[in-house]
Design a protein around this ligand. Structure first.
Ligand code: NAG
Ligand code: NAG
Ligand code: NAG
Ligand code: NAG
Length: 401
């Protein structure tokens, strides 16, 4: 199957030039950049994300920047990819092309540049993902939105093996389907399990899907580095199967969500071109190769990202799904999913909207109290908190504050 995909990558994308371009880019990465760390450290994530979004409020940018963030002065107003970068890449491509045309057979012996035929798969390198690409849904719920006509669709990205997280969500905020008279549907989105025990897990997923009817699985490899693929596949799915809904929210499985407050917010929000959440203003591009969110200058030359909504929970009007998918075709698919959506929004010239109140979305865990949680929309919760207990306590009748 993998071979099939690789072959398809080759034949479907007719353009030999493109492959060569990717090969060049890969070559440049391999020679110029370090590995990014594969571990996943939530504390660093929180630190980094909070750094990004705190900047505008506390002018902390100079104090809390990780080291090595000082960046070239060459930042232009437009945060796209300046012509310089592109032309540089193309120059190299032409160079390889001409080498190839005069010396076809010997190109393959220089295997570090282009893999030998007939396995022409070319990795996009560590900072870009394989998107756009014709991924397919293996588990799908094509009828749910058509039949239930939700006002709001919740999509929770989750790893295939993470049944426990799904069950917690199903037993807490995911259990609410009619909120303030509005229909809400919940879906879990995943890719293919990577590693041992794939077949058995797949059986279990099919069973779970029969039981709950809320799983969506696409055939990309599910791993942290592929989150951008997950997000784009989510948008494609929403556009294909839930385009009649008014709003969608992407929310991580370890969050607490106050649905009535969310519904209240969107009932007073614009109906189109609307995206909100915890919007990072002037987020800095991390240039330390050891950072979890490192991006080399070659991939993104500006020192700041355009405004973007942090990935832990953001809301968008459904009209945006199609537009974002279209916009993504014009951009380099960087692996940092929320940043990539920010770049797509910038391409569309639609800035993300700040929430009506800064207390509504929290990236720092909020200590649980009925009063505090009654005033927010979404928050991370302290590690090792019993989220089912919180939920039960929160749903008890009585005054919140
Ligand atoms: C690549 O291009 C540069 C400048 O265009 C040229 O000097 C160099 O000889 C070329 N290399 C090859 C292998 O064609
Ligand atoms: C390929 O390289 C070999 C030596 O590595 C050489 O003998 C041969 O002539 C080259 N073929 C072409 C087409 O240049
Ligand atoms: C991301 O998914 C693609 C498509 O399934 C796969 O080829 C690639 O290896 C994955 N990336 C990683 C880092 O696993
Ligand atoms: C960079 C590199 O390895 N170039 C080699 C490509 O292959 C030709 C012929 O086999 C060699 O002469 C080059 O040195």
């Amino acid at each position: 199957m993998a071979e099939g995909r690789r072959w398809c990558m080759w034949s479907c994308r007719r353009s030999f030039l493109l492959i060569l371009l990717l090969a060049t880019v890969l070559f440049v990465y391999i020679t110029n950049t370090g590995e990014i760390p594969t571990d996943w450290n939530p504390k660093r994530w929180i630190h980094y994300n909070s750094t990004k979004w705190l900047n505008p409020f506390h002018s902390l940018s100079q104090n809390v920047d990780p080291p090595n963030m000082a960046e070239s002065t060459n930042t232009t107003a437009a945060a796209g990819f300046p012509p310089d970068t592109t032309s540089l890449t193309f120059q190299q491509t032409e160079n390889i092309t001409s080498t190839q045309s005069t010396d076809t057979t010997n190109l393959t012996t220089n295997a570090s540049v282009a893999p030998p035929t007939p396995v022409p798969y070319v990795s996009p390198g560590p900072y870009l993902v394989e998107y756009p690409y014709d991924y397919h849904f293996i588990i799908n719920q094509p009828q749910v939105c058509k039949q239930q006509k939700p006002f709001l669709v919740l999509v929770v990205p989750v790893a295939p093996h993470n049944r426990a997280h799904r069950d917690i969500v199903r037993n807490t905020w995911g259990s609410e389907h009619l909120v303030l008279g509005k229909m809400v549907n919940l879906f879990f989105l995943m890719g293919l399990h990577s590693g041992e025990g794939g077949e058995q897990l797949q059986e279990q997923l099919l069973q779970e899907s029969k039981e709950h009817g809320d799983l969506i699985q696409s055939d990309f490899l599910d791993c942290y580095k592929n989150l951008t693929i997950k997000t784009m596949v989510m948008l494609e799915w929403l556009d294909a199967y839930c385009s009649e809904a008014s709003y969608a929210m992407k929310i991580d499985s370890d969050m607490f969500l106050n649905l009535p407050n969310l519904i209240n917010m969107v009932l007073n929000a614009p109906k189109t071109n609307y995206m909100t959440g915890l919007v990072a203003h002037g987020g800095l591009v991390l240039r330390d190769p050891h950072s979890k969110w490192y991006l080399p200058v070659e991939v993104y030359p500006n020192s700041q990202y355009p405004n973007y909504a942090l990935g832990l929970g953001y809301v968008l009007s459904l009209d945006l799904t199609k537009k974002l998918v279209e916009a993504s075709r014009h951009l380099q698919p960087v692996y940092i999913e929320d940043v990539f959506l920010g770049l797509c929004m910038q391409h569309l010239n639609i800035p993300p909207t700040d929430p009506p109140d800064w207390g509504l979305f929290h990236v720092f865990p909020v200590q649980y109290s009925r009063c505090a949680f009654s005033r927010l929309i979404a928050t991370t919760v302290p590690e090792n908190t019993d989220r089912v207990w919180i939920w039960k306590d929160f749903k008890k009748p009585g005054a919140y504050c």
